[in-house]
Design a protein around this ligand. Structure first.
Ligand code: IPT
Length: 947
């Protein structure tokens, strides 16, 4: 059935040996810019004229680019599934071929053509001569042009196929976007120049050892200088003690320039001294266990596809650092060649991943998986070799990763072996084989918090093979993916963090994922939205699973990023009476660069911080003004500008104290019952239905029982992560939470109260909630005593237990005392702090997820004012949650994109007395037991006033 792929299909041909990227004084000519472009629907349709094509009369396209983003074809999204038949190594006839042609002027002399990334496979002609082909979309290919390049004008032509045999190896969870999507350049190759540089810069106890291996052309001799260390003329290929030197770490990214010179060329490599070891089931750098506070990073841009401008990359890495993120897994391919250098400079630990994923074979029971088929081995080894060759000189790279979700098999073992041979200084990572026999770290994705904790205690289930088990038990543990940041969430971060802090072996993880891959589109009437799978008419697709990031496609933080920052904060601030215990949770950095500031109400100041070193705790005494009633906030901020944030940037914070409990009302005055309206202080109720109609003349309608929410992506869940395969959303729908009917049992007045009893239940079912409201007043305020009692056999828990009021007007001012300024659910919202907050309308409380869903709940609220034109209602209570939204839960649930939400001139105000957590069942554990909301009796007192 299957034929073996050819070597050319697997690895291309005609290229020179892969080598490191380094700065050089040899001439470099960028071929980025406008190229002539032509596309054909299949190979058979593509004219065989690239040896002579000059591009005249063709379209134009920029390089780098993903051609579907420029009107040629359309993006397509699948996660695991191949969008073509599983028929390796063949691909369908329908296979867009893009031809690109341009000319360039060359002053003469030997040169090479460098292609940094061609998706999926390219063939290259220069001046009419075929020079070779590429395989491996995210890998560099260089072709020696010495025999073809001319002085003066040259023509280069590229033929790029959308699908190739290697597409079976490139099934990463992202848009399929063909094109020449990374830089193209011509590099001069001065005879006797520097061909390749391999640097090893080890560090121990303050001292560095440097080995620089150089391949020089034409037998030239290379010498090495390290100007900042006063070293000149060092020989290559031997170890040099460089004396005392600062070690490189992600927290202390000390770099030195290593200059390699021959008579003909000067190359510069920025080097950091550091040593990676695995000891005591811990991954250590420079002798210390490191904590990974990571994210998975894909390369995506909402307008450009796979092309991410350099300034966007720098800004996003700064944004990561500003959110306490210290590690990046380059999921699931080597990043743009400049990224490791940026990580060296700003300080990140990198897991540099090979361009490999064969996940689509999972759909056919892993039958025919190339990972275990010897015929594919050359591709596996070529990919690994190219990954290592390009990035090996970067201090930031601490682990090589064989790839992602490629099953198990001999070719992966061969890749691990090759990695160990090529670079014995770095351990190897691969998650897909849980036995971990060929690798150096035990890595998993989306493991449950309890399992992670068990692994931390080395109490995991043993492997059947005792040798493999002993090996794995000796390995440090990482979550290469966790906390799936899709839609509202991720919930449950704190519980993971507790294990990372508790056990030396569980060293942290990488949130899935940094960035949403939304593609900017417009409705016919011009409103922008982020498109996802299915928006381009794909035959099969995986919907909004492509949008699961801590930041949106424009790199705007989602609430989950703020929570992650707080949960992983590397400085502990524990306030205890008049003292603050300050813990340095960094691995290498002391707190000399940190300033402590306190605020209480309008008072505030700076606290003197004694020296604190990693792992140490210092006690700081608070001044008199800091201690007292109300909420005290202590913040650790940068004392001076850094490369990634200005002075004053907040790293960590702690709070103590509480908001004042609102005084309830006790005195009762009589109510009035006239003309079909019951007046309870400021409240006017319909005598017949018992419904509240206005407060102090401001129109309201309610309350109605609220048990449901517009399902979040996590509520909807993914079957494999769900107990019994039933998501929370499915359980709630089966129990009818979204289709409740109300029956009035009684509306009763006493001298000083109105009592309303209703029974609320779904059609077709016989479980219900009895809701008892007792309304009283002290003349000024309206007090509601509420009891919700589940009756019958409830088959599910609830999304929320609350009451909904419809305000038939759009609020223009919302103020509250409680947690803010952002949303908070039982297992999210760690970033929110106690205080007073105000916004200018319900839209400002809304989180605009790419697929609308429950969002925006504010928690721990003691006082809430919702008003329009200075008139409105005030609600006080003892720590309730509220959602003020222009839209009902049904409207949110029905919308596929934010632009589907109808115009609204009213406000849904939901006052929640309890809420269900969020969890991460969109790909991971659901809501943990302690954060679940079961059907249970709920009682509360809320006080309403006109305001
Ligand atoms: C896991 C993949 O590694 C990652 O690329 C992404 O698809 C993620 O899931 C979900 O967004 S694989 C999953 C089946 C656990």
């Amino acid at each position: 059935m299957t034929t073996a792929p050819t070597l050319q299909e697997l690895v291309g041909d005609g290229w020179i040996a892969p080598r490191a990227r380094f700065a050089t004084d040899a001439a470099l000519l960028s071929l980025n810019g406008e190229w002539s472009f032509r596309s054909s629907p299949s190979r058979a349709d593509a004219p065989d004229d690239l040896a002579s094509a000059d591009g005249a009369g063709w379209d134009r396209i920029p390089v780098p680019s993903s051609w579907p983003m420029h009107g040629h074809g359309a993006p397509a999204y699948t996660n695991v599934r191949f969008p073509f038949p599983v028929d390796p190594p063949h691909v369908p006839d329908e296979n867009t071929i893009g031809d690109l042609v341009r000319t360039f002027d060359w002053p003469g002399g030997p040169a090479l053509l460098r292609l940094d990334g061609v998706d999926a496979a390219g063939e290259v002609w220069v001046n009419g001569r075929r020079v070779g082909s590429t395989a491996g979309s995210r890998l560099v290919h260089e072709f020696d042009l010495t025999d073809v390049v001319r002085t003066g004008t040259n023509t280069v032509a590229l033929r790029v196929a959308q699908w190739a045999a290697t597409s079976y190896l490139e099934d990463q969870d992202m848009w399929w976007l063909p094109g020449v999507f990374r830089d193209v350049a011509v590099q001069a190759l001065p005879p006797g120049g520097v061909q390749d540089v391999r640097v090893e810069a080890q560090w121990a106890d303050g001292y560095g050892v440097l080995i620089v291996d150089v391949d020089a052309r034409d037998g030239a001799t290379a010498l090495v200088d390290v100007p900042s260390l006063g070293l000149t003329g060092l020989a290559t290929g031997v170890a040099h003690d460089v004396g005392r030197v600062d070690g490189w770490t992600a927290e202390t990214p000390a770099l030195v320039d290593v200059v390699v010179r021959t008579e003909a060329e000067r190359a510069t490599v920025r080097v950091g001294f550091r040593t990676i070891t695995i000891e005591d089931a811990q991954l250590k750098v420079n002798g210390r266990r490191i904590r990974i506070r990571g994210v998975n990073r894909h390369e995506h841009h909402p307008d450009l596809g796979r092309v991410v401008p350099a300034e966007v990359v720098r800004a996003e890495l700064r944004l990561m650092k500003q959110h306490n993120i210290n590690a990046i897994r380059t999921s699931h391919y080597p990043p743009h060649p400049d990224l490791p250098g940026l990580a060296d400079e700003l300080g990140f630990w990198l897991v540099d991943e090979c361009d490999l994923e064969t996940h689509g074979f999972f759909e056919v029971g892993w039958r025919g998986n190339p990972s275990d088929d010897a015929a594919w081995e050359p591709a596996y080894l070529d990919r690994m070799r190219r990954t290592i060759a390009r990035d090996r000189n970067h201090a930031s790279v601490i682990l090589w990763s064989l790839g992602n979700e490629a099953g198990t098999g001999r070719n992966l073992e061969a890749s691990a072996k090759l990695s160990h041979e090529l670079d014995p200084t770095r351990p190897v990572h691969y998650e897909g084989d849980w036995s971990s026999t060929a690798v150096d770290v035990y890595s998993r994705m989306y493991a449950h918090q309890d399992e992670v904790d068990a692994i931390g205690r080395q109490a995991e289930e043993p492997l059947p093979d005792p040798v493999a088990d002993a090996h794995r038990r000796s390995l440090p543990f990482l979550l290469c993916e966790y906390a799936h940041a899709m839609g509202n969430g991720p919930g449950g971060l704190s519980e993971y963090e507790a294990s990372f802090r508790r056990h030396p072996r569980t060293q942290g993880g990488f949130v899935w994922e940094w960035l949403e891959h939304g593609i900017r589109r417009r409705t016919p009437d011009g409103r922008e939205f982020f498109a996802y799978g299915g928006d381009f008419g794909e035959e099969i697709h995986d919907g909004n699973f492509v949008a699961d990031g801590l930041v949106d496609a424009d790199r705007r933080p989602r609430p989950g990023l703020l929570d992650y920052k707080k949960v992983i904060e590397p400085i502990g601030l524990e306030i205890d009476g008049a003292r603050v215990r300050v813990t340095d949770g960094y691995d290498f950095a002391d707190l000399a660069g940190v300033e402590l500031r306190w605020t209480r109400g309008s008072a505030g100041g700076v606290l003197a911080l004694p020296p604190v070193r990693p792992g140490e705790t210092a006690e700081v005494h608070l001044p008199e003004g800091a201690v007292g009633d109300g909420v005290l906030t202590v913040r650790a901020v940068l004392a001076a500008d850094t490369a990634w944030a200005p002075a004053g940037h907040e790293i960590a914070w702690g709070q103590a104290g509480e908001l004042p409990t609102p005084t309830s009302i006790a005195a009762r005055i009589p109510i009035e019952d006239r003309d079909g309206v019951v007046h309870v202080g400021p409240g006017a109720f319909d005598r017949r239905t018992g419904r509240l109609r206005s407060i102090g003349g401001t129109a309201v309608d309610g309350p109605a029982l609220a048990l449901w929410r517009a399902p979040t992506d996590n509520d909807l869940g993914v079957a494999q992560f769900l107990e019994g395969g039933v998501s929370d959303a499915a359980a709630w729908a089966a129990a009818g939470l979204d289709r409740l009917h109300e029956r009035r049992v009684g509306v009763r007045t006493t001298e000083d109260s109105l009592e309303v009893e209703t029974v609320i239940a779904p059609a077709a079912l016989d479980h219900r909630v009895r809701m008892r409201q007792r309304w009283t007043t002290d003349g000024d305020a309206l007090r509601l005593d509420l009891v919700l009692t589940p009756e019958g056999a409830w088959p599910s828990g609830w999304a929320r237990a609350g009451v909904e009021l419809v305000l038939p007007w759009a609020a223009d001012s919302i103020e509250w005392d409680g947690y803010g300024p952002g949303q908070r659910y039982p297992d999210t919202g760690q970033a929110q702090r106690l205080g007073k907050f105000a916004v200018d309308g319900a839209a400002a409380l809304h989180t605009d997820y790419v697929r609308p869903q429950e969002n925006g709940s504010r928690a721990g609220v003691h006082r809430l004012v919702v008003a329009r034109g200075g008139c409105g209602i005030v609600v006080t209570g003892d720590g309730f949650s509220f959602t003020a939204s222009p839209w009902t839960s049904s409207e949110l649930a029905a919308a596929a994109h934010p632009t589907d939400l109808p115009p609204s001139d009213r406000t849904r105000l939901t006052l929640d007395l309890a809420e269900h957590g969020i969890g991460t069942a969109s790909c991971g554990p659901g809501v943990l037991p302690q954060h679940r909301l079961d059907a249970r009796e709920v009682t509360a007192t809320l006080v309403f006033r006109a305001g």
